[in-house]
Write a protein that binds this ligand. Structure first.
Ligand code: GLU
Length: 452
């Protein structure tokens, strides 16, 4: 008996010591002291503290909150590639699944030198909220390879993509995790991933990826979907908040797949697009750019620079132009504490993932600048990815009109819900969007319970 008591006592004191060392004294700062993950980069911690803020404001139960703070699983792979000069170079690739409570994991794959475990994990978490907000039966994931895609030949890019696919092949699948395009990946990348996967399993599996070329099972309307959704959200936010009727002066950073389609859709709705940019630089005309002619110019020259009747503007200066609506649709972390005080706009629509950092976001809130958050504004892409997946699994072929109509319906529903919650509770659109997504996840987790 005495021995047992002693053991219990020493066990208790070990556990007290552990708690003390780990800071588990009940104070707020150390609410979740035991879990540490290698993904905890600055970007990941930002995404996590955004969740913490929303969880607190919506009174989320602690056990559900705790389960949402970390990715479910992450894979790091090294990818040896035969380069054109016959040398072999190893790249590092990642795939992170943040959550799969509502269905298979879903999210893009990016090729960029900023890619690391923390970035991919943070973006996977955002995908979970985005899919839940849109009511899609998916969890959230992201993947990527740390590389400079603009320095790779097509052959090198293909070998890199195929070897990466074979390294993560056990994670992905139409019922498990479905990749899609993201920064510096496209339809061709998806075709290579689909082919590599199919060759390995022995039969064609189109639904292992979305964002494929239409000729091998892609959906009509997928390529334009993100830009179409951004333009739709912009018009809805203008209608409901700014109420500008005559040619809102709009600036768009980025003229890739998202920025260019957004520009075209808004231009065709009589918005005045006064400036746009791409990686090489930007162009400005205070009376508005003819976006149809700009498309022809870009097709000929490969860049927006040098467009007739425009003056050059740098990517940094473009963000600071006086305008009604600013749409950052290129990279993350573009509006920060460094430049936010110089931003002269009434409405920001996040076409890219994470273009406004948290410090800038608080500043904009204080200055009554409305921000339509990424998880709503750019959700058109994953929404039509879902349509592509459904068509693939059910062997259906929807017309482009049907796809666009369905996209508009889902975007409108999400805009209605987010705008209403924001107005009713007097909270930022970002907080409202996150609350809706997170509460759907929390409800599902509560109902499914915790195994074992
Ligand atoms: N990469 C896009 C995003 O960030 C699309 C993801 C998808 O279609 O799965 O939302």
């Amino acid at each position: 008996m005495t021995g047992t008591n002693l053991n219990e006592k020493s066990l208790q004191s070990i556990s007290d010591d552990l708690k003390k060392n780990l800071g588990q004294s009940g104070d707020k700062a150390s609410q979740f002291p035991l879990t540490r993950m290698e993904c905890e980069s600055e970007l990941f911690l930002q995404a996590q503290s955004q969740l913490d803020e929303v969880a607190k404001s919506m009174g989320l139960e602690k056990h559900l909150h705790e389960r949402l703070r970390y990715p479910k699983r992450a894979m790091i792979v090294s990818i040896p590639v035969k380069m054109d000069d016959k040398s072999v170079k190893s790249f590092v690739g990642y795939r992170v699944q943040h959550d799969v409570t509502l269905g298979p994991a879903k999210g893009g794959i990016r090729f960029h030198p900023s890619v690391n475990l923390g970035e991919v994990a943070a973006l996977a978490m955002l995908m979970t909220w985005k899919c839940a907000l849109m009511g899609l039966p998916y969890g959230g994931a992201k993947g990527g390879i740390n590389c400079k895609p603009w320095n790779l030949s097509i052959g090198e890019n293909e070998r890199l993509t195929r070897r990466y696919t074979s390294e993560i092949i056990n994670l992905i699948g139409p019922d498990k995790d479905i990749p899609a395009p993201d920064m510096y990946t496209n339809e061709q990348t998806m075709a290579w991933i689909m082919d590599t996967y199919s060759i390995n399993v022995g039969y064609t599996v189109p639904s292992v990826v979305t964002g494929k070329p239409v000729s091998i099972g892609g959906s009509l309307g997928r390529q334009e979907a993100t830009g179409r959704g951004v333009a739709h959200c912009t018009k809805r936010a203008n209608q409901d908040f700014l109420k500008l009727t005559s040619h809102p002066r709009t600036v768009i950073q980025g003229f890739g797949n998202v920025g260019s389609i957004t520009a075209k859709m808004l231009y065709e709705s009589d918005y005045q697009i006064i400036a746009v940019s791409d990686v090489f630089g930007g162009i400005y005309n205070k009376n508005g750019l003819d976006i149809h002619k700009l498309f022809q110019h870009v097709q000929k020259t490969g860049k927006v620079e040098g467009f007739e009747g425009s003056q050059p503007v740098s990517n940094e200066a473009l963000l600071e132009l006086d305008c009604d609506i600013l749409i950052p649709a290129a990279l993350g972390n573009q509006i920060t504490q460094e430049n936010v005080s110089k931003i002269q706009t009434k409405l920001i629509v996040e076409g890219a993932n994470g273009p406004v950092n948290p410090e800038a976001d608080s500043y904009l809130k204080k200055n009554n600048v409305i921000v339509v958050p990424d998880i709503l504004a750019n959700a058109g892409g994953v929404t039509v990815s879902y349509f592509e997946w459904v068509q693939g699994l059910m062997h259906l072929l929807w017309s482009e009109n049907e796809v666009n109509k369905r996209l508009e319906q889902l975007m409108d529903k999400a805009c209605d819900e987010v705008f209403k919650l924001s107005l009713d509770r007097n909270i930022r659109l970002r907080m409202a969007a996150l609350q809706i997504g997170i509460s759907r996840l929390a409800e599902a987790k509560q109902l499914r319970g915790l195994y074992p």
